[in-house]
Design a protein around this ligand. Sequence first.
Ligand SMILES: C[S@@+](CC[C@H](N)C(=O)[O-])C[C@H]1O[C@@H](n2cnc3c(N)ncnc32)[C@H](O)[C@@H]1O
Length: 252
Amino acid sequence: MRDGSASIGVRVLPPNDPRQYDDLAGEWWRPDGAFAMLHWLARARAALVPPATRPDAVLVDLGCGAGLMAPHLAGRGYRHVGVDLTRSALEQAAAHGVTVLAGDATAVPLVDGCADVVAAGELLEHVPDWRAAVAEACRLLRPGGLLVLDTLNDTALARLIAVEVGERLSTVPRGIHDPRLFVDDRELVAECARHGVALRVRGVRPGLWGTLGWLTRRNLGGAGRGSRDGGPMIRPTWSTAVLYQGRGVRHG
Ligand SMILES: C[S@@+](CC[C@H](N)C(=O)[O-])C[C@H]1O[C@@H](n2cnc3c(N)ncnc32)[C@H](O)[C@@H]1O
């Protein structure tokens, strides 16, 4: 829809309305479905997480959705705890071994310092008060704990690529973003620093040829083949202007 609203079936929802995730519940675990790019990003995010260094290590996955990081964390030694607003997604996360908690990432019902790792993948750009979610992420980390995240930058280029182009190419569900919520990378780094986490960011993007091949296969109806290798790799790029990852350790 031209006004950015999401039209799924008969329901028309405003941009970023969380009920969209209920309407798209059947898409989460389809590697070539509406959330395909989340699979690629989950793999890249999980690659930032080292194996646990102690027994009973906990990874809190804020805005975990259906738990797409779970297969990539298997064998790393963490208890994977997922927090999300969307119950239909949490049911799927639980089926993939995630310990789920229904809740808001801006007020997480977990104690301070409980997490060895906090992940916030493709979450902050959906939260009207992203600073509150960052404060919670940092609060949950134990000293020495690791924050990993990815999000969309608050730039005209991100709005163009992620919304105008991405949502038209169907690599991103139409209407899932409200670009007014996109997160400036320098502000994010400053906010993390205020809460004791030294965040370093880097731009990332899906590999060009992998994405073109994936789109071609999907449009030719042979999409299943494109998912065999997990889809296009997410690669570092020189600019944080569109999509970026962050990784930072909480001071003692
Ligand atoms: C784009 S999806 C990302 C899901 C998952 N992190 C991934 O990468 O596959 C955004 C998720 O954030 C959740 N979400 C949005 N706002 C939230 C909030 N304030 N608190 C908790 N979850 C939230 C949505 O329900 C949705 O599952």
